[in-house]
Design a protein. Structure first.
Length: 241
């Protein structure tokens, strides 16, 4: 269970920030709770690399639109994990059709991605004096990724803390909420202004499509990530109206 914002007032967090909807929600969540917040992103040869171009725009918009959060938002770090793309054969790292595999997993699953991301993030956090890692992993809108499961991340939290010989908390504020509830969460954190920022400036589409603008944001509209985001936004809008 997450601590109260007051209990976290002296802690520093490092947010795994891709430039997408979920990680932006997590960044806002962390800025509301922690005294200092830094961000980390990963370039692993993803075909939707445009998300990396969105990261700095989102950070700049958060600083401009939310003055209470601006002093808390610290440095950004971008790590080159091209090796992950080189050893992966997936629809996220190669130009191929998205489909389900015989093992029941979608071929957008990049084996070990979140495990590596969190390990590298913990290494950086240790050096930067941060004791909290925040990620947008989620079970409720489960895409078939075993490294998004709560048990996986709890086990990793233990391993990281033992390996560093220092407590390292892994926070996943979206773990048990739907995409519709994610929109509601960001509205509760930053109002309509934050949701407008997410619609206009974040990127979640697996195909890296940013020429088509929908009510929920930019994307191809047909990949699993777009369909999930669109459905969640529709459910949120119907509930809010």
């Amino acid at each position: 269970m997450s601590e109260t914002p007051q209990a976290n007032s002296a802690r520093k967090a490092l947010v795994l920030f891709s430039g997408g909807q979920d990680s932006t929600a997590c960044l806002a969540w962390a800025l509301e709770r922690y005294a200092e917040v830094e961000t980390i992103g990963f370039d692993y040869g993803q075909r939707h690399r445009v998300e990396l171009d969105c990261r700095q725009t989102v950070r700049a918009e958060l600083i401009a639109r939310f003055p209470a959060w601006a002093p808390k938002l610290g440095e950004d770090h971008l790590l080159d994990l091209a090796l992950l793309g080189q050893i992966s054969s997936t629809a996220l790292t190669e130009h191929r059709a998205i489909e389900m595999l015989a093992n029941g997993l979608p071929n957008t699953f990049v084996p070990g991605r979140n495990l590596l991301f969190l390990t590298f993030a913990a290494t950086l956090a240790y050096r930067r004096g941060a004791s909290v890692l925040v990620g947008g992993m989620c079970e409720t809108d489960f895409s078939g990724y075993p490294d998004c499961r709560d048990n996986t991340l709890k086990a990793l939290q233990v391993a990281l803390s033992l390996g560093l010989d220092a407590p390292m908390t892994v926070e996943t504020p979206l773990m048990f909420i739907t995409k519709a509830q994610t929109w509601a969460l960001t509205e509760s954190l930053g109002g309509a202004a934050l949701n407008e920022l997410i619609i206009e400036h974040t990127h979640t589409c697996y195909l890296g499509e940013r020429t088509q603008r929908h009510a929920w944001g930019y994307g191809c509209g047909s990949c699993p990530a777009c369909e999930l985001r669109a459905r969640g936004f529709q459910e949120f809008s119907e509930t809010a109206s």
